[in-house]
Design a protein around this ligand. Structure first.
Ligand code: SF4
Length: 306
């Protein structure tokens, strides 16, 4: 953070680290998650779409890892003249497989490009000592390994209502285990979940902040159609925060996170063709500027209420 920037933004962190913009190469390793079943056949979390957070860069039908990586590298290079890349297993729960299969998948994928980091997105119930040990084996002084861990809410009532399939205690055990292996951890939270208000959301923020994650991804609630939550919304059983409300939640959250926790995301980044509710799409740059302006207007910054 510097004097003009009220929070530690991910792009700035990467720029400082690599001396230029670094890009994530997002892939779908073909995993599922315990909540969806082996063939991705169950509904899972009540907001889960059939894409399981798969990136638009991958395309909706491409499953071959090499093709995904080649395509992604090509797009990033031609569109942004990208030079620094991080391999990101984004879709579903990318540690939900036997360790030997995981190793084969990570080794092969890492061999397909010159990657500076390995980033793996997963759930608290898809981590074991063996998996953490494997992930830690890729770590060197020059090569970071990050695990992105979904929590979404620290309220067990909310976790049950959205059918997350894990509790806060399970999350905390997974977090502690990752820490003990020296892995970097980014926690995913969602603001605006059904039954939650400002108090419960800030309770989640306080709880997460106290664990001192290396990074956090803060999402606005996005509800794809054909999901249970979409039906809940249509039945008037819940509401979605406005974009102004989301800016307030984000600014309030940033004030509560430690100044060294990297704020990696402020909005959900769903491809437009998968977008259902809310009817507006929160533009990353606009939200970034609004949050920045809000903190400057308040005269506060990240960490003041940590
Ligand atoms: S953990 Fe992720 S992939 Fe699994 S059901 Fe929930 S949102 Fe879907």
């Amino acid at each position: 953070m510097n004097n003009t920037e009220p929070f530690l933004n991910y792009s700035r962190y990467l720029n400082n680290k690599y001396g230029c913009t670094a890009y994530r190469v997002s892939i779908d390793g073909g995993f599922s998650c315990p909540n969806r079943g082996e063939e991705r056949e169950n509904p899972g979390c009540t907001y889960c779409s059939s894409y399981g957070a798969r990136s638009a860069y991958i395309g909706e039908t491409e499953n071959d890892i090499k093709n995904q990586i080649d395509r992604n590298l090509k797009i990033l290079t031609s569109r942004y003249d990208a030079k620094v890349f991080m391999l990101y297993f984004q879709a579903y729960s990318s540690t939900w497989a036997p360790v030997d299969q995981l190793k084969a998948m990570y080794d092969y994928s890492l061999s397909l490009g010159n990657f500076k980091e390995l980033i793996v997105s997963t759930r608290p119930d898809c981590l074991s000592e063996e998996v953490c040990e494997l992930l830690a084996s890729y770590k060197t002084d020059q090569f970071d390994v990050w695990v992105e861990l979904g929590l979404q809410s620290s309220s067990d009532d909310t976790l049950e209502r959205i059918n997350r399939g894990h509790t806060r205690d399970q999350f905390e055990s997974a977090f502690t285990m990752l820490r003990s292996f020296g892995l970097k951890i980014a926690v995913h939270l969602i603001f605006g979940l059904p039954g939650e208000d400002h108090r419960t959301m800030m309770e989640t923020v306080r709880y997460t902040a106290a664990l001192r994650p290396d990074g956090v991804k803060l999402h606005n609630l996005h509800i794809p159609d054909h999901t249970e939550m979409f039906d809940e919304l249509a039945a008037g059983e819940m509401a979605i925060p406005s974009s102004a409300g989301h800016v307030r939640y984000i600014a309030d959250a940033i004030e509560r996170f430690h100044s060294e926790t990297i704020i990696m995301r402020l909005t959900t980044d769903t491809p437009r063709n998968r977008h259902s509710v809310p009817g507006y799409m929160l533009d990353k740059t606009i939200i970034y500027n609004r949050v920045r302006e809000e903190l400057l207007r308040r005269g506060t910054k990240q960490g003041v209420f940590f």
